[in-house]
Design a protein around this ligand. Structure first.
Ligand SMILES: O=c1[nH]c(=O)c2[nH]c(=O)[nH]c2[nH]1
Length: 305
């Protein structure tokens, strides 16, 4: 044989598992990406396509979900130890298991509302034509999640609709928002004297707008992400006189309850539910909320800003 097989390993990479444990109105969240790599007696599958020693990668994924349900996720380390031991102990052909885990940290906004730890990106776009200013500020990658108080049902259905109605789902998004300030540097009499119209306190405005967005996200009982978007925009425009319009681009980061029935496990939202966090495709919900009478000037393709 002109070749021999060298080091090899296989498994499922980046299984995204979210576990929500409810303690009354206080929910506890674990959010992991788990990558399993197995190795052992794998000559035959490579040399001749004999799969007898191959525990499917699909099974390693299922095991991650089932273990999250049955054994819980006390820590990434402990969870990884349980998994690695299981694969080596239960399959004669597997001699080594490497489990890599990334854990995403969330900070609590309220009982069941969370923001991903790590600062979002603040953005600003300033335009000046020699007479007037336009300032559009915003943020992106502010990841938030409500582990309850979100429903989606009563939607239009056609022959291609398979989505099940949801009465208690996870609502998660990466908030991207752009807001336009009314300030244009003009004096009250309309003359373009930049010095005569005081500019807003940009830093305070940013912090307050961010705070209102988060408060509206956490405080809105949501029947759709569209409704939550409108509530966030309304709250900003109502509380911040200096802002004329705000535009959101919100990916709907779907979290699906994992079907654990094949493993004899129930997976109920009320009892330590395990979710599959899908990354794509995602719904993308976008809209502008305007002060009544304001011009819509924020470009529609805000993500290029
Ligand atoms: O909040 C939602 N809005 C939608 O428009 C939609 N569409 C969908 O499939 N799920 C959801 N969720």
């Amino acid at each position: 044989m002109p070749t021999i097989l060298g080091q090899n390993q296989y498994g499922k990479a980046e299984t995204r598992v979210v576990k929500v444990v409810r303690d009354g109105d206080t929910h506890h969240l674990k959010d992991l990406s788990v990558s399993v790599a197995l190795s052992g007696d794998m000559d035959a599958v490579h040399y001749s396509g004999d799969n007898a020693n191959v525990l499917p990668t699909d099974t390693t994924k299922n095991t991650v979900y089932a273990f999250a349900k049955e054994r819980g996720v006390e820590s990434a380390e402990h969870f990884g130890i349980e998994l690695a031991r299981h694969f080596v102990a239960s399959q004669e052909s597997i001699h080594r298991a490497r489990v890599r885990i990334e854990e995403y940290a969330w900070e609590r906004l309220a009982g069941h509302s969370f923001a991903r730890k790590g600062q979002e990106t603040r953005v600003a776009e300033i335009t000046y034509d020699g007479a007037r200013w336009q300032v559009v500020a915003g943020l992106k990658d502010l990841t938030v999640l409500n582990s309850t108080n979100s429903e989606f049902w009563g939607y239009a259905k056609d022959r291609y609709t398979t989505l099940q109605e949801a009465y208690d789902r996870i609502l998660a998004t990466d908030v991207s928002a752009r807001w336009r300030y009314g300030w244009d540097g003009a004096a009250a009499d309309g003359s373009a004297a930049a010095a005569s119209a005081p500019a807003p306190d940009w830093n305070r405005s940013y912090e307050e707008t961010r705070r209102h967005i988060l408060a509206a996200f956490a405080g809105t009982y949501s029947r759709s992400l569209q409704q939550t978007l409108y509530a966030m925009g309304t709250r900003v425009v109502e509380h911040r006189d200096e802002i004329e319009e705000i535009r959101f681009s919100l990916p709907n980061k779907h979290h699906f309850l994992v079907d654990l029935e094949p493993f004899g496990l129930t997976n109920d939202v009320a009892d330590g539910a395990v979710y599959f966090a899908a990354d794509r495709p995602y719904g993308l919900i976008e809209a502008t909320v305007l002060r009544d009478g304001a011009d819509a000037r924020i470009p529609v393709d805000t993500t290029t800003l």
